[in-house]
Design a protein around this ligand. Structure first.
Ligand SMILES: O=C(CO)[C@@H](O)[C@H](O)COP(=O)(O)O
Length: 209
């Protein structure tokens, strides 16, 4: 199991030390919110660039924005491994091509109320599928276990169609919800408050792994 701490719950006045405290993470997850696609505003390209310059861990960028086509190039740092967009947002096909042009992994995400079948027209282009296990917008919410049905279906779909995308879940991940994720076949978990509320974040990451 790979672990991607979400920096959203970190102390932004102390970012350098916060990054130091999660050095054993597989990816750093950046939650980018525009205040329209979700009812919250987080941080943008300037802070993300600083993060990318102060870590040697690959970045997993999650765009919760209506117009990802405009924003994608602004998050194309040397360390950007994936840029994930929502299929509920605008210009999905064009944005997938724009991410590929930048030679960055394409991530596709769906909100809890969006059926999995809406993903299938784009799925062959995906390097990563992100299943939201909370309504996007805020850290610290409860895990929606019913969303793991989508994960189980994706595992079967991937095998049947000989695809190789990673399956990621995001929201409400902790030491109680991790086992169900593993059993369902999740490859990467995003965890924010569970890790950042711990004194020893490295141990928190190891325990999820
Ligand atoms: O994308 C989001 C929220 O929109 C997530 O990345 C959360 O920030 C995860 O936080 P926890 O549920 O782990 O506190």
């Amino acid at each position: 199991m790979k672990v991607a701490p979400s920096i959203l719950t970190a102390d932004f006045t102390n970012l350098k030390e916060e990054l130091e405290s999660i050095k054993n993470a597989d990816y750093i997850h950046l939650d980018i919110m525009d205040g329209h696609f979700v009812p919250n505003i987080s941080f943008g390209p300037a802070i993300s660039k600083k993060i990318s310059e102060n870590t040697d861990i690959d970045l997993d960028v999650h765009l919760m924005v209506w117009q990802p086509l405009f924003w994608v190039p602004k998050f194309a740092f040397k360390r950007t491994k994936y840029i994930t967009i929502h299929i509920e947002s605008d210009d999905v096909k064009e944005t997938i091509e724009a991410i590929k042009e930048l030679e960055i992994g394409v991530g596709l995400s769906i909100k809890p109320k969006t059926p999995l079948k809406d993903l299938y027209p784009y799925i062959k282009k995906a390097d990563l599928i992100l299943i939201m296990t909370v309504e996007p917008g805020f850290g610290g919410q409860s895990f929606m276990e019913d969303q793991l049905t989508k994960v189980k279906e994706l595992v079967k779909y991937r095998e049947k169609n000989k695809l190789d995308f990673m399956i990621e879940v995001d929201g409400g991940i902790n030491d109680e919800t991790i086992d169900a994720c593993r059993e369902a076949g999740v490859d990467i978990v995003v965890a924010g408050s569970y890790i950042f509320n711990m004194k020893n974040r490295k141990e928190g990451i190891e325990s999820l792994k």
